[in-house]
Design a protein around this ligand. Sequence first.
Ligand code: SF4
Length: 201
Amino acid sequence: MLINRVPRLACRTQLGALIAGSLYLTLSDYALPGLTEPWDPAEEVIVEPLPHLPVIKDLIVDMETFFEDYRAISPVFKPGNPDPSKERLMFPLVVRELEQYTPCILCAACYAACPVNRKNPRYLGPAALAKLYRFRIDPRENQGAERLMTADNPEGWWGCEFHTNCRRVCPKDVPPDKAIGHARQELSRMKKDQNSLGEGQ
Ligand code: SF4
């Protein structure tokens, strides 16, 4: 929910800390519609429905657009090789890299805090892109650049403006902006290599 005008988990947000102002968060380019009533943050906690999603009633929003974007990236593990006789092993370094993106609980706080999602409802959004990158770097998938290419467009990797609100509001410390930055670097390198190959022929 939007609590004191910032997307947060209602179940984990402590009222005392809000009133004391110690949960203060500044978000970049995050203009919300003005309030209809006066509000004193030292005395009152204001709770609103998540923005960027249609309100069904009171604080309940329709999260279908968020989940549609999530489904669009095919968020399931697709092993690249037949099942081994034992487990699929991974280097600890790779596991640590992957683990940054796996704790997502699909709360949509990042989606609600993202100014690009406000401007362009077709933008896949931080959670879906972070999950897509999680599968891209999973060596057990071994799909080459296929995963990256699914979001090689203005509604995907290239839509992000790096406001970094997603990382600041995420209750699980997932860094979608980092995933997006890495994906863009990789795509740019691939395109540069393809161009130099073309010039060399
Ligand atoms: S990335 Fe973080 S903020 Fe976004 S949906 Fe997942 S847990 Fe919530």
